[in-house]
Design a protein around this ligand. Structure first.
Ligand code: DGT
Ligand code: CA
Ligand code: CA
Length: 574
């Protein structure tokens, strides 16, 4: 699939155009990029089937952009993009990846200091050349250096969502090969970690040669690092690497256990084995030379007198002790989820109508969906004011009556994703909040505040009796922006007092709360909700990422509010 590469080119074109200060056009390319990113079908297939006309039917794609997609599919290039790159020869993607640096600032940095890439930028910031520049002060310089440090930390790691979808495709192709008997993902991907270094796949087969030939010639492979009968390693065009290992059938469970990791879990488990006079490695569990278990993971853990922990827990954070005592939590599951309360629609910056979002929720088997449009402070997201929220209320009531007549069971709730302003107040009047089924509040501005002030800001919002849910509570953006500074223990104490629910935002770049924070929230007895923050109906399927995050934080069904049926949920939100 070339959807992602095309999306990235469009984002870059948008950034170049923003730099040139062209009006409107950047937005058109951003919209097209978003469509491509969330499209389930292969863009090439759509073009092959229906030509440019079919491309134009996609949301946000007009004739001009459709022709550029065609050009890319045919020639692998977009001339317009090449021209833009030539005109300003800087690595725009790299520079604008630094939090706080947009295309316009990048242009000033290039013109005044000749900064072309991250290396130039870091040098200039360290030499204090940036602070004296027009439009930049000393905090900007400090923020730039912090931003660069953060990028370095997450370099070479990929978002779970992008890797998961691509790997599922690879697994589908491999499964069609009749020579393969057993197959599984392993590594951090099986543990559903929020970012992934590389992909690990295990198979059993009687014909490794054939399997490896097939593997290294999969579509999308751009480099073969190594090819052998037990291990091959390739790079995919999206930039990540995949390791495929062939293991023996009798060792499949041992290998799966070993290569699922984490390393820390394995080291601890090996010690448990050693204490019992056993030896554990990727081939099996051994007493002397005799193999006592290895065919399945379960039999290995069972032999060690433990239950087998779900992969999401294998981080050596207490799961081994819990497995030994047989008191693992019963983790929340995807099938427990009864609705999604953080969804945008075309009233604000979303792509789809309320009805389209509700139909998608029905398709997912939900009992309810909450429409939570942005509110007025957030102009770029086309936030609604009090009177527009009132109009939306009427529309939702009408749709609920219509849906009821059609005997369907979904209930549409009206929420709103309000903004917590700098002083902790909410950008919508209480009188209007009161008419909603529930109100969410989130921080969408001034992220760099002193820790105590930021904590007070959030606390004030939680104390507003109409605010029930805090969206993406720590504000992080994976690979881009760290959490803002807050005293999380204090937040938890107030959340408990005020019965405020903390969100586990499942949007791929957020996954906020983090796994550690989920665990702390659960331990503090504060309830959570898993929401997708969808801006487009297809994004609602990312619920599974939020569920995985909840599981990694040891959350059970009872900790998660949207596992409750509608009546109970409403009671909680009252
Ligand atoms: P990643 O790829 O950085 O997202 O993380 P993982 O966990 O997938 O790590 P990776 O791909 O290096 O190795 C896969 C698994 O193999 C890892 O989770 C545990 C196991 N493993 C790798 N190296 C070691 C090691 O030195 N000791 C032990 N006990 N296990 C290891
Ligand atoms: Ca890995
Ligand atoms: Ca690996």
């Amino acid at each position: 699939m070339q959807n992602q590469q095309l999306a990235e080119i469009f984002y870059e074109i948008a950034a170049y155009l923003e730099m040139e200060e062209v009006a409107f056009k950047p937005y058109a390319y951003q919209r097209a990029a978003l469509t491509l990113e969330t499209l389930e079908e292969d863009i090439e297939e759509i073009y092959k089937k229906g030509g440019v006309k079919a491309l134009e039917e996609l949301p946000g794609i007009g004739e001009n952009i459709a022709l550029k997609i065609k050009e890319y599919l045919k020639t692998g290039k977009i001339k317009y993009y090449e021209r833009l790159k030539k005109k300003t020869p800087i690595d725009l993607a790299e520079i604008t990846a630094v939090e706080g640096l947009g295309p316009k600032k990048a242009k000033v940095l290039y013109q005044k200091l000749g900064i072309k890439n991250l290396k130039d930028l870091e040098k200039a910031a360290k030499a204090h050349k940036i602070a004296p520049l027009f439009g930049f002060d000393e905090t900007t310089e400090k923020n730039i250096l912090e931003g660069i440090a953060f990028l370095k930390k997450s370099k070479g790691r990929f978002l779970l969502a992008e890797i998961l979808l691509e790997t599922e495709e690879i697994l589908e192709r491999l499964k069609k090969l009749k020579e393969i008997d057993q197959i599984s993902m392993a590594g951090s991907l099986r543990r559903m970690k929020e970012t992934i270094g590389d992909v690990d796949i295990l198979v059993t087969t009687k014909n490794p040669g054939k399997v490896m030939d097939f593997f290294v010639s999969l579509p999308g492979v751009i480099k073969i690092w190594g090819k052998g009968n037990t291990k091959s390693s390739v790079r995919m065009e999206q930039g990540f690497d995949v390791d495929l290992r062939v293991v023996q059938k009798k060792s499949y469970g041992a290998a799966l256990q070993y290569f699922t990791g984490s390393k820390e879990h394995n080291i601890h488990l090996r010690k448990i084995a050693m204490d019992k006079g056993l030896k554990l490695n990727e081939y099996g569990l051994f007493r002397g030379a005799k193999m006592v278990a290895g065919k399945t993971e379960e039999e290995i853990y069972k032999y060690l007198k433990m239950v087998c922990p779900p992969p999401e827990l294998r981080e050596d954070k207490g799961e081994i002790e819990a497995c030994l005592k047989n008191n693992l939590p019963k983790l929340v599951e995807m099938k427990d989820i009864k609705g999604d309360l953080h969804c945008h629609c075309d009233w604000d910056a979303g792509e789809n109508t309320i009805l389209e979002m509700a139909r998608t929720a029905m398709g997912l088997g939900y009992q309810y969906i909450g429409i939570s449009s942005h509110t007025k402070f957030l102009r770029i997201e086309r936030g609604l004011n009090e009177s527009q929220l009132g109009q939306q209320r009427k529309e939702i009531d009408k749709l609920n009556r219509r849906i009821k007549n059609q005997e369907s069971r979904i209930k549409i709730l009206q929420g709103a994703e309000t903004n917590i302003l700098k002083d902790g107040s909410i950008d919508i009047k209480d009188k209007a909040l009161k008419k909603l089924d529930y109100a969410i509040a989130g921080i969408h501005s001034s992220f760099k505040m002193d820790k105590q002030k930021m904590t007070e800001r959030l606390i004030k919002a939680m104390k507003n009796p109409f605010i029930k849910i805090i969206a993406h509570p720590t504000g992080r953006i994976l690979k881009r922006r760290d959490e803002y500074q807050i005293d999380f223990d204090q937040i938890l104490r107030v959340a408990k007092q005020t019965k405020t629910i903390l969100e586990i935002n499942a949007f791929p770049v957020r996954l906020d709360l983090s796994d550690q924070n989920v665990r702390r929230t659960k331990e503090a007895g504060v309830k959570m909700i898993i929401n997708t923050d969808s801006h487009q109906k297809d994004q609602m399927r990312f619920m599974n990422l939020g569920v995985a995050q909840a599981r990694r934080g040891w959350a059970e069904k009872k900790d998660i509010i949207n596992t409750q049926p509608l009546e109970k949920l409403l009671k909680y939100l009252k």
